[in-house]
Design a protein around this ligand. Structure first.
Ligand code: OGA
Ligand code: MN
Length: 280
């Protein structure tokens, strides 16, 4: 009998994965999840209730953990490879980091190393309202561009900045709030990421600040338009969490954001799979 069932959720994004927690490390299950992640962008394991140890073991089995956020606000606790996302002041003295997740982004684009291949979240406690996580397929967003735009964007480069990441959640961007993200650096990446697989995706989101070869206003308008294009409803899956849900997404081919919440109870445990390729 098959140990794993994978059911697509929407035409362009998402899959529901039915598997027993005890079978997560089975090599067949790991391989099926790796393929599905590439094909579907987001995998939802309903109410799987993984422990931190289960989550770390699965992270390692899929590709090896990245612990790039251990120094970020809230990145403390019993195991520093498990990052607790919460507004609870006992864990997180800097809510700006969580507020930043309310805007479309790709994890780790401001770090000078390959962006994490995938992000894994397990829901430990929920918010009374809000807190759904939305995912937009950046491969499909690229594929759907008119051919002329694909040609026009082929050589464009984008500067992703700390200032752009923090701008939506502070009155003014200054040295103090930029220092909140002290693990990060401004990074230049191509607008179109040609992956080792040969597939192409857009690399956009809120951290994308400007297009290096275009005047500021023209480049920012283009970035805003591409963010809207990528977030069209058919390309987005919105996850309404239940306690124990476990979700993995292809962080290199999907951008994500959270519906705003201010409930300090909401707690997600996050791990990341180390990236294997620089944006190229
Ligand atoms: C993050 C993030 C999503 C969530 O921590 O980078 O995007 O649902 N979190 O909390
Ligand atoms: Mn994120």
């Amino acid at each position: 009998m098959a140990k794993i069932t994978i059911e697509p959720v929407k035409e362009h994004i998402g899959a529901r994965v039915l598997v027993d927690r005890a079978d997560l490390l089975d090599p067949e299950v790991v391989a099926a999840c790796r393929d599905a992640l590439e094909e579907r962008g987001v995998l939802v394991f309903p109410e799987l209730h993984v422990s931190d140890a289960d989550q770390l073991a699965f992270t390692d089995a899929l590709g090896g953990r990245a612990s790039f956020m251990a120094k970020a606000p809230g990145g403390t606790g019993d195991d520093e490879d498990v990052y607790k996302i919460t507004l609870d002041e006992a864990f997180n003295k800097h809510p700006e980091y969580v507020h930043g997740t309310f805007f479309w982004h790709v994890d780790g684009v401001l770090i000078d190393q390959p962006p994490p291949k995938a992000t894994l979240l397990s829901a430990r406690q929920l918010s009374g309202t809000g807190g759904q996580t939305e995912f937009a397929n950046l491969y499909a967003a690229y594929d759907r561009l008119p051919e002329q735009q694909k040609a026009d964007y082929a050589g464009l480069r984008v500067l992703h900045t700390l200032a752009a990441a923090i701008r939506p959640v502070v009155e003014v961007v200054n040295k103090e709030n930029v220092a909140l993200l002290d693990v990060a650096a401004d990074m230049e990446h191509p607008l179109v990421w040609t992956h080792a697989s040969g597939r192409k995706s857009l690399l956009i989101g809120t951290q994308a600040d400007r297009i290096t070869s275009l005047p500021l206003h023209i480049g920012r308008a283009l970035i805003a338009r591409l963010n809207e294009h990528a977030a069209q409803p058919e390309l987005v899956y919105s996850h309404d969490w239940r306690v124990g849900d476990f979700v993995i997404w292809d962080n290199c081919g999907v951008m994500h954001r959270v519906v705003p919440y201010d409930d300090p109870r909401r707690t997600m445990h996050r791990t990341s799979i180390a990236g294997t390729e620089m944006v190229a």
